[in-house]
Design a protein around this ligand. Structure first.
Ligand code: KG4
Ligand code: ZN
Length: 344
């Protein structure tokens, strides 16, 4: 049954995402999104300053049925019209992932349809094809999410080479921790971006030493921001929040952009595509676009809404797996969730 899907016209995929604090479902037909519904738990987790895993799982349980039904209705299909189902099975919070995996396994079993397992980070990269269907490998992928930071060479739709990545914190994690130090709410990324407006680069941000030329280190940067803020507090000085946010954001976006452009030039790629939540950051979008332009390259970004977690990107990655894969993405009913999963 699965193999026949590779050639199927109007291939209809119903995909679910529940790896962190967004419950999402999308319907994709022949590579085009018919509907994408996201129920965010951000307001719930804000009170705790970050995502509380057990609360996230419980809210997925509460929300998943309504989210799937809303996506189906919006797309104007019935569940039985799906040719297959897809679900994020890692990486992410284990309990949160298990809700989506169990629910979609149930649907696939009840309706006797194939199930495609999707790697969340590959899904983030696939969001680029939704925003710009003309993007084709090879290109350089810059992965900048809450849990991952890496530079990869995308050789083909399903073939990746890891070139480098963070040696410690992920970049989204650094945004969130710096925001917390500045007493800004969760999630920190958008708050830092807002706070940086009107700021000046007056706070020194050290350029960390890394092992490989496409590696990053954000924990030293985070520590120097924390030390600066604590020092100012101890001296009874007012914290220059806008300047701290601006200095941190500018330095980080510059490091990420320089590494991605260097990789593109090294490997003769003319395109750089960004993946993950930090890709919604205006400073990163501007810095990378400018640097690409100066070097005769093109920068690609998902829409701001598909930078952060959603199921449209999961459906797109499932579509690529079905069209171009060797069948290994089809899952049996023994599919389990994985808290960590390698990208390549
Ligand atoms: O990709 P994502 O939605 O979830 C993971 O797969 O991890 O990324 C979430 C991360 C959070 O750390 C959040 O602070 C960051 O993306 N983020 C941003 C922005 N929007 C979300 N960081 C910087 N600027 C933003 N506008
Ligand atoms: Zn994500």
């Amino acid at each position: 049954m699965e193999n026949s899907l590779a050639e199927k016209k109007d291939l209809t995929i119903v995909a679910v995402e529940s790896s962190c604090d967004e419950t999402a479902c999308a319907v994709l037909r022949d590579g085009v999104i018919l509907s994408s519904v996201i129920s965010s738990q951000i307001e719930i987790h804000k009170a705790f300053g970050g995502v509380v895993p057990e609360i996230a799982s419980r809210n997925h349980v509460v929300n998943i049925e309504g989210v799937v039904n809303a996506a189906i209705e919006k797309a104007g299909i019935r569940l039985s019209d799906a040719d297959c189902f897809a679900v994020t099975y890692g990486a992410g919070l284990l309990g949160a992932l298990l809700v989506g995996v169990s629910y979609v396994k149930g649907l696939a079993f009840a309706l006797d349809k194939p199930l495609v397992k999707v790697n969340h980070i590959r899904g983030h990269l696939a969001a680029n094809y939704l925003a710009d269907p003309s993007l084709k490998p090879p290109y350089i992928g810059l992965i900048v999410s809450g849990g991952h930071t890496a530079v990869v060479r995308v050789r083909d739709y399903l073939s990746f080479e890891y070139l480098g990545g963070t040696m410690d914190d992920a970049v989204g994690e650094a945004f969130d921790k710096v925001a917390r130090t500045l007493s800004l709410p969760y999630p920190g990324g958008p708050e830092i971006e807002r706070a940086a407006k009107g700021g000046k680069p007056t706070v020194y941000i050290p350029e960390p030493k890394t092992k490989g030329e496409f590696d990053f280190s954000f924990s030293g940067i985070k520590t120097s921001v924390i030390n600066f803020v604590h020092g100012a507090r101890q001296r009874g000085e007012e914290i220059p929040v806008a300047d701290v946010a601006y200095s941190f954001q500018t330095a980080v976006c510059s490091m990420l952009s320089r590494a991605a452009v260097k990789a593109a030039k090294r490997y003769g790629c003319s395109d750089v595509a960004v993946a993950g939540g930090v890709g919604a950051n205006g400073c990163l979008r501007e810095t990378l676009s400018d640097l690409c332009l100066k070097n005769g390259l093109k920068a690609h970004f998902p829409t701001k809404q598909t930078c952060t977690d959603n199921a449209a990107m999961i459906a797109m990655e499932a579509y690529l797996q079905i069209r171009y894969g060797d069948g290994s993405a089809f899952a049996s009913d023994a599919l389990d969730a994985k808290a960590s999963l390698p990208l390549v």
